[in-house]
Design a protein around this ligand. Structure first.
Ligand SMILES: Nc1ncnc2c1ncn2[C@@H]1O[C@H](COP(=O)(O)OP(=O)(O)OP(=O)(O)O)[C@@H](O)[C@H]1O
Length: 314
């Protein structure tokens, strides 16, 4: 529960059957989802999956065809004024007006939010290596994105809604952004951020919701995805081994042998493979870092009923 901002709901975002149809086209359909207060939720899906549509519905920039959403238990339309200062929003498509400098634009946002201490703005600008003296219209896409991030974070809102926040940022700045998300979470803020790259939210999200073709495909804790980690393993033996001995092991698949080297994929525990390998002389063993994307695909596309379990709200 968040009381720091006067928000007392355990649920920061609640969507119930949220649907937006664009004529015969589906923006998002039947989305039922909860983001708990204080968690970081990654909202993932390929381009065109419905992420931006969902975010715009949640913030009442779009009206749903059916269904509803609440933010901290409040109605985004009726309670717009109350919610305004509690939400930091980074749009997917940034368009800043005028030809002014970044600091002038951010002062405008600070005033619009009832006065934000300027030190909070400069601190964020420093973290992101953003030069506030530059006119925004002359900035690169990445620097404009930094201005967008500063305006979203500057008033330390209870809820951050970020549409593709790392778009255009170089890897170092991306890391700093993820550190900002981590700090926000530590401070009790809730973060809902979209991305089309799973690895990007792996470090910072508590849970991940996946949309495909305008529908929610899964909601999963990042930790439980990790426990089902799929690894590629390579074992170098002193002498050639027989594939038949290994491809029967639980969780082991795609076994290939080339001379004394065995390569395979392991879904879950490494123990059966390690014990079987130990019957031979092992020269070397390499296990590749589990990749969340691979894990996810394995979890949802090869595992029966996983989608149902996820929809039940993992
Ligand atoms: N104003 C609109 N009119 C008609 N169709 C739209 C409109 N906005 C979005 N769509 C369609 O709705 C679907 C979902 O789009 P949306 O922008 O929400 O996806 P997204 O997941 O945010 O993708 P991206 O990462 O490419 O922004 C797409 O098929 C898109 O073409």
């Amino acid at each position: 529960m968040s009381t720091m901002w006067g928000m007392t709901s355990d649920i920061a975002v609640h969507a119930e059957d949220l649907t937006k149809l664009y004529g015969p086209r589906r923006g998002i359909e039947g989305l039922t989802l909860e983001v708990r207060t204080g968690e970081v939720m990654g909202f993932l899906g390929p381009n065109g999956a419905g992420k931006t549509t969902t975010i715009r519905l949640l913030l009442d920039f779009l009206r749903p065809t059916r269904g509803r959403a609440t933010i901290f238990g409040l109605d985004p339309r009726r309670d717009k004024a109350t919610l305004h200062r509690q939400i930091g929003y980074l749009p997917g498509e940034l368009a800043f007006p005028g030809r002014g400098r970044a600091d002038a634009l951010l002062r405008f946002f600070a005033d619009a939010r009832g006065g934000v201490p300027w030190s909070q703005v400069t601190e964020l600008a420093d973290r992101l290596s953003l030069d506030l003296s530059r006119p925004v219209h002359t900035m690169s896409k990445g620097n404009k994105q930094k201005v967008g991030l500063v305006q979203a974070f500057m008033h330390r809102p209870a809820l951050l809604v970020l549409d593709e926040p790392t778009s255009g940022l170089d890897p170092l700045v991306q890391q700093e952004f993820l550190a900002m998300v981590h700090d926000a979470r530590t401070a009790g803020q809730t973060v809902f951020m979209s991305s089309h790259v799973l690895a990007e939210v792996q470090q910072s999200a508590d849970r991940i919701a996946i949309v495909r073709d305008g529908r929610l495909a899964a909601v999963e804790r990042v930790g439980s995805l990790g426990r089902r980690a799929v690894r590629t393993v390579e074992i170098h033996f002193a002498d050639p081994v027989d594939a038949a001995e290994f491809d029967v092991l639980p969780g082991v698949s795609d076994v290939t042998i080339s001379g004394p080297v065995l390569r395979c994929t392991v879904d879950g525990r490494l123990d059966p493979l390690v014990k079987a390998a130990a019957r031979h002389e092992v020269v070397d063993l390499l296990s590749a870092e589990p990749d969340l994307e691979e894990t996810f695909l394995s979890f949802y596309y090869h595992s029966e009923g996983a989608g149902d379990a996820a929809r039940a709200g993992a």
